[in-house]
Design a binder for this molecule. Structure first.
Ligand SMILES: [Fe+2]
Length: 209
């Protein structure tokens, strides 16, 4: 009986995952514009600068007991091509400064230490439905920039997209030299609209390459 129930539960889970991705897929094919490219910036962490832990949970660094400072968020979405076909097995990388605005990079000369509990850089590989997900923090203010998360999408070694995600409705956006270059539609494509899902805050940003 127990066995039967868990099989049934597994089947229902699989069904809801499938239905969920069909829904997401429909939604993006209806409104998709190509995700606008943006500058890589000076702080893309070269492999030698990364922590040994480069998974998709930036709030937890392996071997460090504490979680990083900052408001924890889930950032997720689907990666598709221009035709709306989801792309499995694609590498999505993100990097951002810690809660105090410090990058995990020797080029960041601000005179205070990086939050060692914040991974600063991480990656995910899209699953069979083209979905990626990260656990990270709401981006913090960095001098002369509005809050942003850097994003890179790669297929093998091939760079498909380099861009930046912003907080939807953030007042600092209007003063940001990169954000201001975006049309309204482009800005919407790279904006994180946060919603409260149970006990966590999440934003869905689909990526079209
Ligand atoms: Fe940056």
């Amino acid at each position: 009986m127990k066995h039967h129930q868990s099989n049934r539960r597994r089947w229902l889970t699989r069904l809801s995952v499938t239905l969920g991705s069909i829904f997401v897929f429909r939604k993006i094919s209806a409104e998709s514009i190509q995700t606008p490219k943006s500058a890589e910036g000076p702080f893309y962490p070269s492999p030698s600068m990364r922590t040994a832990d480069v998974d998709n949970d930036l709030v937890k660094v392996e071997g460090v007991v504490a979680e990083s400072g900052g408001e924890i968020i889930t950032l997720k979405g689907v990666v598709t091509n221009k035709e709306g076909i989801s792309l499995p097995g694609v590498r999505v990388e993100i990097w951002q400064c810690d809660i105090n605005g410090k990058y995990l990079h020797t080029g960041d000369k601000q005179n205070f230490p990086h939050d060692t509990a914040f991974q600063g850089f991480g990656h995910d590989i899209t699953n069979e439905n083209g979905e990626y997900t990260f656990r990270t923090i709401k981006p913090s203010k960095y001098p002369s920039r509005t809050q942003h998360i850097h994003v890179k999408v790669l297929s093998g070694e091939k760079d498909l997209l380099t861009t930046q995600f912003y907080i939807d409705g953030e007042p600092n956006n209007k003063n940001d030299f990169l954000f201001r270059k975006l049309s309204e539609k482009e800005a919407a494509a790279v904006s994180m609209r946060f919603t409260q899902e149970g006990d966590h805050t999440e934003a869905v940003v689909n990526i079209v390459v």
